[in-house]
Design a protein around this ligand. Structure first.
Ligand SMILES: C[S@@+](CC[C@H](N)C(=O)[O-])C[C@H]1O[C@@H](n2cnc3c(N)ncnc32)[C@H](O)[C@@H]1O
Length: 259
């Protein structure tokens, strides 16, 4: 299949490749049969997108996002959940409680490819939309609680774009939580050395030392928690443990914001 992606959209192949390869391992820490199926259906060669550190990082973040989402959904069982910049991710099936309403939102060319491998269902639908413009939110059902998932997306935005995105979320959703993947200033300067991103044309945007740096950009948001992926990565391998020491402040983090 001839696939054409923008530079950031191409990066969606990285977590896809990693989730599929982890699924085939003995003692797989995450299972994602859908990722395997998508790679087969699209017929893409994703071998270069699965180096060690990215692999461990994506496994860690998949576990951390899933667990945090499950906790929030337990608290708000009827929430409207939006996976903004969903790529090929299949998170709905990991966290569905039988009640939530879920939208997988991404740029039009990404959604066009996603439609080849996913179908809409009653409570899980795809929608074209951008994190930098809120028009698409008018087509969503109203909900008292909105949970926005942004996994592997904000790292590619400039500071100005992060501000536009945060303002757009608070303007269009009265109350919500944002699960945000943050990266460090070190990562910002080193896209060309990142073990997986260097194989794409994308480069990282504004990196932060702490999630508090988002707060002046959108004063309606509060930072609830922030955890480094090292916390999960160091559980599994010696290299993961070592990286947690050497790369103490350079690994990505999952930050939870509330407004
Ligand atoms: C690294 S991928 C992550 C995909 C998915 N969240 C995951 O973890 O598997 C980055 C995604 O961000 C999407 N993206 C880039 N710019 C965007 C924007 N302005 N609005 C919405 N999505 C965007 C890309 O199309 C791509 O699917």
């Amino acid at each position: 299949m001839d696939l054409k992606f923008g530079d950031i959209q191409e990066t969606a192949l990285i977590p896809l490749a990693i989730k599929a390869s982890e699924t085939t391992r003995p003692n797989a820490r995450i299972k994602d049969e859908k990722a395997k199926e998508i790679i087969e259906t699209l017929g893409v060669d994703v071998s270069k997108y699965d180096p060690f550190l990215s692999h461990e990082g994506v496994v860690a973040r998949t576990i951390m996002y899933r667990d945090m989402l499950k906790k929030l959904i337990k608290e708000y069982p009827n929430a409207l959940c939006i996976n903004l910049g969903c790529g090929f991710d299949d998170k709905f099936s990991q966290v569905d409680n039988g009640k939530i309403t879920w939208f997988d939102v991404d740029l039009p060319d990404q959604i066009a490819v996603r439609r080849k491998v996913y179908s809409d269902s009653e409570r899980c639908k795809m929608m074209e939309g951008s994190a930098l413009e809120g028009g698409w939110t008018n087509n969503l059902p109203k909900s008292e609680m909105n949970i926005i998932v942004m996994e592997g997306v904000l790292e590619y935005f400039s500071k100005e774009q992060v501000k536009i995105c945060l303002n757009m979320l608070c303007d269009n959703f009265e109350h919500g939580y944002l699960l945000a993947e943050l990266h460090s200033p070190f990562a910002e300067k080193n896209s060309k050395h990142h073990d997986a991103v260097k194989h794409t044309n994308a480069s990282f945007g504004w990196g932060t030392k702490t999630g508090e740096e988002y707060l002046p950009l959108e004063p309606r948001m509060k930072l609830v928690s922030e955890r480094s992926y090292n916390e999960e990565m160091k559980k599994y391998t010696i290299r993961g443990k070592l990286f947690a020491i050497i790369g103490k402040n350079i690994n990505n983090r999952l930050a939870l914001y509330k407004w």
